[in-house]
Design a protein. Structure first.
Length: 124
């Protein structure tokens, strides 16, 4: 079964987060994207999102590991909603499954960019 292009983008993002490759990571976001850092705290735009990921890496002692445990993608035109089970672990936290939600938008070049990233999870 062929993977949806967004699954490849999310895998690329997960790898970039683990390797702290913030240049690659930030390019999966639209210019005006929103990242939920934790409930009530968002980073808006690429500059804030990059700073947030740098702080997140530090918070997790540069040992953050992310993997996907399944996802569903609902696509309508140039917009897609992704509901995923994401497993997050680090040296200072046990493996935790989160119910992540993402919104992607296809740009004029046909690339899927993340508009809204609530990888923190909506169970909170």
């Amino acid at each position: 079964m062929t993977k949806h292009p967004i699954e490849h983008v999310i895998a690329k993002a997960d790898t970039a987060i683990v390797h702290e490759d913030f240049d690659t990571l930030i390019n999966i976001y639209s210019d005006d994207a929103v990242l939920v850092i934790k409930p009530g705290m968002n980073a808006i735009g690429k500059v804030q999102i990059r700073k947030a990921y740098e702080a997140i890496a530090s918070h997790f002692n540069h040992t953050l590991h992310i993997e996907q445990a399944g996802m569903k993608i609902l696509e309508a035109g140039d917009t897609a909603l992704v509901v995923a089970k994401t497993v997050v672990s680090a040296s200072n936290i046990p493996a935790t499954e989160r119910s992540a939600t993402y919104v992607f938008k296809k740009n004029l070049s046909g690339d899927w960019l993340c508009q809204i990233d609530n990888s923190y999870g909506h169970d909170q």
